[in-house]
Write a protein of this length. Sequence first.
Length: 343
Amino acid sequence: MSGMVRLGFVIAAAAASALVSCSEEATIMTPPFHASITLGDGTRIRASRLNEGFVAYEHNCRQCHGDKGDGRGMSSANLRPPPRNFRKAQFKFAWVDPPTALPTDDDLRRIIRGGLHGTPMLPWEMTDEELKGIIQYIKTFPSQAAKEEGRPDDNPWLKDPPGEQMKPTPDPWVGREAEAIEAGKLIYHTGGCNNCHPNYVTEKDYIDLWHKYDADIPITSFRENMYLSVLQDATTYDVLGYKMRILPPDFTVDEVRTVPKDEEQIKPLERMGLYYTPLQHLYLRINAGVNPVMTSWKAYPEEKKWAVAHYVMTLIQMRATPQADTLHDTLRNQVHVTLSPAP
């Protein structure tokens, strides 16, 4: 076969490939909606908005979350944690009451604009119109899943309203921040936070904190690996049939998903009109919890929630600093306490 003939075959093959590629792209980008939908709160979403969201999703989201919204996009294989499966309509980081309710549009806007720190979900820049469309389009994925699987459409977005949006209350510790930090340290180490997150005090200080809480309580043991986070039991959320297990953050080591730590992380949120401080973001996370692995603290007194927020914020601010290294060295090299066994 001559060089010219071979070249002709190559050009023809390339052209055919391009035509197939263009054909596939045209199929993918064909607007799929011809009628409006009505959400559980009575809001009507017109078909044109859903189609705008479909196009914006294909351009911005499908690489990780997949064409079907199942979290199995082309880039998803090695991402940890894995991208969210929108077909399940289960979300972790809303600020809603009750905490198991659907997120509000403001919650979704905040997560898309601000990202989830320490994960592959980065802050996304797009037009407001594109963002509005994406937020409505992802609400259609549970219906798409039901249709594909041949079952009745039980899409929660079409049946249920979102939860009530939480907002930060006034901080009762203003002007008494040092006192708040000490109160928060006591609550953190005696109120259950350290059952999942690490302890941040020596064994001696831990005993002192418990005796400050209740002078008569006997301390007969320490939690195993008390300076490490505790891997949680499997949740109801699964990826490819495997139930997800969550490891709570070590605040002095890990980034906290929805708590901005610096100007770079705050700016995207401020551009969308959310002018909360990092402390207010942390308060809201404590108040709302992390569905389904961290219980909402909504029922706790405001003074306690804000105190814990003040204390945990000091730990977050330590991350990647010499102060954190000093704390870790102190805990690692401490003189251990010998406890009396339980009677």
